[in-house]
Design a protein around this ligand. Structure first.
Ligand code: PLP
Length: 512
């Protein structure tokens, strides 16, 4: 493809992209295809001769779009959203154009410096405590990772290295000696990463990658599925009894199942009870709900991170208008990351890195090469302004409140299972077996209500008009409806509720 052909093709692709966004609300949100649908539509072998762009683009229309789940549809209310906006698409275009895998500052100073500046902007936008900025006295800073899972695994590895080093130095061993190396693996075998049973599975995966144990803290509906101090203490004490060393704790701001918020202050107070517990690396996973911090009324939550929190991550690509991938990770002390991950063979050395005056982001993450993702974040923040971003968060939280209100108004059919919030409503078919009590969090365990809730969810999704997910919390099967999509509008929220009501009435009638 030469430059003129590229211009024609790119204009046509952009027209098609805009048309796609215009048409997305009318499309069936879940595709009506069976597994294996694509193979018969694509030639068995790659073409020997070049093909025209028009032909390729037509195949996107006829073969790819029919097999897409339309995450951008306002009728997509499942999982958490994966948003995209026009300025972030423009950022991707420039990033692809420059394709500069800036692992060292020298590999593209603009990429590195823009990332540092934009991460400081994001830290300020989210009102994170000063310690998480690159200019802080604690040597903090932010880095863009591929995903929250990558961010969490990276942090857990850094936490393991920090704790092992502390323990070995306390034993009088010297880093780099054979004795240190041997003892390192004895100590590592006793390390335990901790998180609640509602924490995203990436924490357990991070412990697996770090080669350490993992223990979960139980949560209960009567505590709104939040991790509490007493339940954390139980796990820490059990670790002590078993001769194990807790080294990392993931607290969640907005769990995947119900968007619950762990009790940060209470948990941090427990960690202060013993000197060994004070050494535990505390990480806040705010992958979804962290976006709400852009709005002033939620920023009080970030005050809890000023002390006793080592790191924080959130995904701008879920709810904050930047497309996948834009997972931001902030650390209180970047040396904790670089001490763990800096391996510098001669071919990566250069005078700037050797002077130690520049940032080489390869030492802040697992991968070496990295995309220029700061650009799209910069474009989005500038195009919306912080006020535009706040407005988006407030509008979508408002839609969540609207949906929760609709659920409450039909208390003959449904009951709330956890506190709604941050655009998520978690509810189920009303239990007729036993009395539930929303205010006290007492939700009756009821297999009939579980089966009905599951059946309604499956039926609605099978019909494809709207898409939401169901899950099980503390033995209760629930529907979870999220209203945080950039295309969300009141009419779609009301329509989703009507679809669920109609299907529920149909299922209940059949059952009689
Ligand atoms: N943490 C939480 C709270 C999540 O909800 C999710 C995904 O939904 C993740 C982590 C993992 O995100 P990623 O896909 O970026 O790895």
């Amino acid at each position: 493809m030469d430059r003129d052909q590229f211009k024609t093709a790119a204009h046509s692709a952009i027209d098609d992209i805009v048309k796609y966004f215009d048409s997305v609300p009318e499309r069936r949100v879940l595709p009506a295809v069976e597994p294996g649908y694509l193979r018969p539509l694509i030639p068995e072998n790659p073409p020997d001769e070049p093909e025209e762009w028009a032909q390729i683009q037509e195949d996107v229309d006829t073969k790819i779009k029919p097999g897409l789940t339309h995450w951008q549809s306002p009728n997509f209310m499942a999982y958490y959203p994966a948003c995209v906006t026009y300025p972030s698409i423009l950022g991707e275009m420039y990033s692809a154009t420059f394709t500069a895998p800036a692992f060292n500052w020298l590999c593209s100073p603009a990429c590195t410096e823009m990332e540092t500046i934009v991460m400081d902007w994001v830290a300020k936008a989210l009102a994170l405590p000063e310690c998480f900025r690159s200019t802080s006295e604690t040597h903090g800073g932010g880095v863009i990772q591929n995903s929250a899972s990558d961010a969490i695994a990276t942090i857990i590895v850094a936490a393991r290295e920090r704790r092992v080093r502390e323990l070995l130095l306390a034993e009088g061993l010297k880093e780099g000696t054979p004795e240190y190396e041997d003892r390192k693996f004895d100590v590592q075998a006793k390390l335990v990463a901790i998180a609640s049973d509602q924490t995203h599975s990436s924490a357990a995966k991070g412990a697996l990658i770090a080669g350490t144990r993992f223990r979960g803290v139980t949560t209960r509906l009567e505590d709104n599925m939040e991790m509490t101090g007493p339940r954390l203490r139980e796990v820490l004490e059990k670790c002590d009894k078993d001769g194990l060393t807790p080294y990392h704790l993931t607290m969640t701001f907005g769990t995947t199942n119900t968007c619950s918020v762990d009790r940060f202050a209470e948990l941090k107070a427990v960690l202060q009870e013993k000197p060994a517990w004070q050494r535990i690396w505390v990480h806040i996973d705010a992958a979804y709900a962290g976006a709400s911090l852009v709005a002033d009324e939620w920023q009080y939550i970030a005050k809890d991170f000023a002390e006793g929190v080592d790191s924080f991550n959130m995904n701008m690509h879920k709810w904050l208008l930047v497309n996948f991938d834009a997972s931001v990770l902030f650390v209180r002390n970047r040396l904790d990351l670089t001490n763990a991950l800096d391996i510098t063979p001669t071919y990566l050395r250069n005078p700037y890195s050797d002077m130690g005056t520049v940032i080489d982001y390869r030492n802040w993450s697992i991968s070496l090469g990295r995309r220029f993702r700061a650009l799209k974040i910069w474009f989005v923040i500038r195009s919306y302004g912080l006020n535009g971003m706040k407005a988006h968060i407030r509008k979508t939280i408002g839609f969540g409140d609207l949906f929760a209100g609709l659920v409450r108004d039909r208390s003959d059919l449904f009951e709330m299972v956890t506190k709604p919030g941050f655009g998520l409503t978690v509810f189920r078919v009303k239990s007729l077996q036993a009395v539930s009590n929303e205010a006290s969090g007492r939700v009756a365990k009821d297999e009939v209500a579980n089966d009905l809730t599951k059946k309604i969810s499956e039926l609605v999704n099978e019909r494809g008009e709207i898409f939401f997910t169901s899950t099980v919390v503390d033995g209760v099967c629930v529907m979870r409806v999220v209203s945080a999509n950039p295309m969300a509008e009141e009419k779609y929220i009301r329509n989703a509720f009507d679809v669920i009501v109609r299907t529920t009435e149909e299922v209940l009638k059949e059952k009689k």
